[in-house]
Structure formats: C-alpha cells, structure tokens
Design a protein around this ligand. Sequence first.
Ligand code: SF4
Length: 240
Amino acid sequence: MNWEPWTGCYRMSAGCDQCYFYGPNAKRYGQNTIEKTDKFDWPIRRNKKGEYNIKGDKILATCFATDFFLPEADEWRKEVWKMIKERQDIDFLILTKRIDRFLESLPEDWGEGYDNINIGCTVENQEMADYRLPLFLSYPMKRRFIACSPLLEEIDLSPYLAGVDHVSLSGENGRDARECDYDWVLNIRDQCVKAGVTFWFKSTGTFFKRDGVVEKINPFKQGSLAKELDISFLDGKKLF
Ligand code: SF4
C-alpha cells in the first residue's frame, strides 16, 4: 500500500531526469507544486466504530511519488511523525533522494529512531553514493536500506554496506530512459553477497543491456524479467 501525504516534487540529481511523476514525460503528475493530499491523515483515520481504517500489520510505502524530506513539507512532516508514532502496528517505508535533510527534519523524541520506520537512501551513480551514503550511515535510525534506482552506471557500494539491511535495484523506465547494464547489476549483487546484505533486483528498466545487446523491455515485463533472472536473495524479507 502507498501513502502520499503530499504531492509534487522537483529535480534533485541525475536520477530525477526521467522521473515517472515529475519528469519530462510525466502525464498524470506533470506539476511541481507541493501540496497536501486528501489522504494526509489516512493512517489515523477511523471508521464509525472508532477503528482505524487501515488495519495493522501492513507496510505503507510513504512518499514514493514525492520526497519525504522536501523542505516545502517541513511543517506538515511534524504532524506526519506523530501519526507514524501513533501507528506502531504499521511499518512505514520511506525512500528519499534528500537524505542530507534528515537531521534537521527529525522530531524531538526521535532518539535512536522509531522502531516502525525503514528508511531507504536512493543512489543512482557513484557521485551520489559517495555523497549520500556516508551521511546516511552516520544518522541514527533502526533500519536502513539502499535503493539503486534508477541505476545509471556501475557503483561501488562496498564501503557502505556494513550496517545496511538491504539493497534494491532497478533500471530506469521511460521512452528516453538510460540503459541499465546487467554487468553493473551482477557487480552490485556480488558486493551484497560478500557483505551478507540481502539484494532484490526489482526491475530491468526499459533499455536493458545483456552480453553487449540492448533490449527494449515492455513496462509490464520489467519486473517479471528481473525476477526470471533469479539473482535476488531476500532471506525471507518482505518485498515492497
Ligand atoms: S526526488 Fe524522486 S519524486 Fe522527486 S523529482 Fe526526483 S525522482 Fe521524482
């Protein structure tokens, strides 16, 4: 399930250039105005019986169509932290390209982190890995993962894998997507094997290069082809 308390975003780094929601070919979401959605308080809404509308024991992918740490959402985020704290029975999954705004965005009672939050730092190339991941690893949080999404080049993650629970990887999707080379994918997988970190090859992206040949993959097949290649190892972790 996805929860978007706000909508709107804008380019942050190279990985945003073909953003599905706000990039050059965005159709449904082709705007950069940041505003609250009508689902802002969704996790704490109750029905007439006084029960939460969203039952517990769920994973809520939070801000996957915007960025949780946008400065424009600073005031709203204070309320969102309270909702997250109230719903200890839900796992909130937060993915961001703005991890450098983490410390200034925390609630006062954060301490070493809330138990029910899993934070993902997105890195699309070596430059962003070398900038974002040392910061990411230095911040207090209970669970963390790295999302190579979209993967734009070979990345050496090996200096940053200690203390990370999981790595997910996707190629870029879209008409003008940049190609994703299977050798880069296998290389990152090897790094995860050596570090004992679970790995999920989630999607090939649109232009997938294998053995020197670039193939155009239908959007509906990018996930299934990645799965068919059978290189993920998840050790019982839930997919998201
Ligand atoms: S941060 Fe994410 S949602 Fe925002 S423009 Fe970049 S890719 Fe799109």
